[in-house]
Design a protein around this ligand. Structure first.
Ligand code: SAM
Length: 185
């Protein structure tokens, strides 16, 4: 008798965003948090803390489900040093992502660190892996999205636990079902 199909192993992935500037780039860090949540990360450690941004993301979680959280941290180094799992630093100077993914997929817990305008040089030595998504400068949101898709993909379905509403994918138009409503044809 064939063995029952087992779900594919997926590491728990947390993200540490350093160099956030509260009040100065709320959209960029908000997009980073939204991409992290939608593509399967479990939490975002945010340095320095930004309670307003954390609350905006909590509102998204209440509406669209899941257990994603933004955790403000006043010091970023201890998060990295005390993390019980592999630490990945996303940087255009690192090893190509395609080369490193097979080694990372079997990990149980991973912390992905992304920088802002300036990255402290010590980060390169503190990380277990310095990984590049192409050796060109671009964006932390793009780099994180590609990494998460390679690690956890294909992209999780639209059902997040406890969602107040969810999207029914359609070829044209918008279809949204609220909790308790039956899916309409
Ligand atoms: N000038 C910064 C530095 O000192 O490296 C980089 C700033 S970049 C706008 C912000 C962040 O995007 C980086 O810290 C890195 O996490 C991510 N990033 C940008 N390009 C990347 C690439 N090609 N591969 C991986 N991560 C990248």
């Amino acid at each position: 008798m064939p063995a029952p199909a087992r779900s594919r192993h997926r590491p728990d992935v947390a993200v540490l965003r350093i160099g956030h500037r509260p009040g100065r780039d709320p959209r960029l860090t908000t997009h980073l948090a939204l991409a992290a949540r939608a593509l399967g990360a479990s939490r975002l450690f945010l340095h320095p803390p930004d309670p307003e941004l954390a609350e905006r993301i909590s509102a998204v979680v209440r509406r669209w489900g899941g257990a994603f959280e933004v955790v403000g941290v006043s010091q970023w180094k201890p998060v990295l040093e005390n993390y019980r799992g592999g630490v990945i630093h996303l940087t255009m100077y690192g090893e190509p992502v395609a080369r490193t993914i097979p080694r990372l997929k079997n990990g149980r817990r991973l912390l992905v660190v992304v920088g802002g305008a300036k990255v402290p040089p010590t980060l390169f030595g503190l990380a277990d892996h310095n990984i590049a998504v192409g050796a060109q400068p671009h964006s932390e949101v793009a780099a994180l999205a590609v990494l998460l898709d390679r690690l956890l993909g294909p992209t999780p379905n639209t059902r997040f636990r406890g969602a107040a509403q969810r999207i029914v994918p359609t070829r044209r138009g918008k279809r949204v079902v609220r909790a308790g409503e039956r899916r309409q044809r």
